[in-house]
Design a protein around this ligand. Structure first.
Ligand code: DAH
Length: 339
């Protein structure tokens, strides 16, 4: 019996030595130690051993088993180490290779322009507010002194959701939301998307962006409006920029004006850019109409204010010298990358 066990052990060791993969080692384990393995077969043969010899034989079998297991374990560890080293060698990273570029698109001229405008006003102590794109008729028209039958409403006919709700035609409604809260004084700008049922062409789109501005405090006059917007124009278009105000009509301001900046291309001499006039219109503005203040529960005897509305795309097109607004909405990265 002893020789038989010695023989088994010898064979096992030989086979382990020949195994060059973990799978092969596992086969050896099954062949020798498994349920149908050679050692188990020996144990099964115990019934033929004389009862007094059985403990001795049992011990021998266990020792053989332990020995084979130990050698198997050693061989497994060795093979695992080799395998790990091979994977490490195969996966080695060459840090000197050029990096793969991840293309993540490009900032949009609208966003760059919006941030530039925002930063100018933030620098003057304004707060940036976001108003809702879906408005009620009240906020978009009524509270801005545009009653139901007013022709100004037709000019801005838009996308109605039902009789009461619509996609806002202007960011001016945000003025009302802020005034209603009653935290005075107010110094805010409200950038955002607006909608109008306009046909698409080089200067129109049914969806574009505005930046609204509102200041409410005691003793605000047209001089504050002019000073603020002149400073804004200088920061945006350069120190030499001049501004002029032309009388205009907006329902929610009185008096109202449109502001032009001197052409930053020709300095005012007249060129293709300013259509020969030397001036470029950039925004609408005015002193907040007393009716508007009253509707938002602000006493026009105590408070006054000014408001303005800037067309964001218009500024972006000017600044980046883009001559067709549609290019801004195509999101072609080959176009966007130029700015
Ligand atoms: N909401 C106006 C428009 O869409 C622009 C505007 C003009 C806004 C004058 C103002 C303002 O706040 O005072 O045409």
């Amino acid at each position: 019996m002893k020789e038989k066990l010695e023989q088994i052990k010898k064979e096992a060791i030989e086979q382990i030595a020949k195994s060059d993969a973990l799978d092969a080692l596992n086969d050896v384990r099954v062949n020798f130690l498994g349920k149908k393995g050679e050692l188990t077969a020996v144990l099964k043969g115990m019934k033929d051993v004389a009862p007094e010899d059985r403990p001795k034989v049992g011990q021998l079998v266990n020792e053989t088993r332990a020995e084979i297991e130990r050698i198997l374990e050693e061989a497994t560890k060795k093979l695992e180490n080799i395998k790990r080293e091979m994977t490490m060698k195969a996966e080695v990273i060459d840090v000197t290779l050029p990096a793969k570029k991840n293309i993540v698109g490009h900032r949009h001229p609208n966003i760059t322009t919006q941030e530039e405008v925002q930063n100018i006003f933030i620098g003057m102590g304004y707060e940036v507010i976001e108003g809702p794109e879906i408005e009620t008729d009240y906020y978009n028209f009524e509270a801005l002194n545009i009653p139901a039958d007013h022709p100004a409403k037709d000019e801005q006919d838009t996308f109605y959701i039902n009789g009461e709700y619509l996609l806002r035609t202007q960011t001016s409604g945000t003025q009302v939301h802020v005034m209603e809260k009653g935290n005075l004084p107010i110094r805010m700008i409200a950038p955002g998307r607006v909608f109008r049922s306009d046909e698409v062409d080089a200067t129109h789109s049914p969806s574009f962006h505005q930046i609204e501005g509102l200041v409410i405090d005691k003793h605000i006059t047209f001089a504050d409006l002019k000073g603020t917007l002149a400073e804004f124009a200088k920061e945006l278009f350069g120190e030499d920029t001049k501004v002029r105000f032309r009388p205009h009509h907006f329902n929610f301001t009185e008096p109202s004006a449109e502001m032009d900046v001197s052409c930053f291309k020709c300095g005012g001499a007249g060129c293709r850019f300013c259509k020969g006039t030397g001036w470029i219109e950039i925004l609408g503005c005015g002193l907040v109409h007393p009716n508007v203040l009253k509707m938002s529960k602000i006493d026009p005897e105590e408070y006054s204010g000014f408001a303005f509305g800037i067309g964001l795309e218009r500024i972006a097109l000017l600044k980046y010298e883009i001559d067709d607004m549609r290019l801004l909405y195509e999101n072609d990265v080959r176009f966007l990358k130029q700015f």
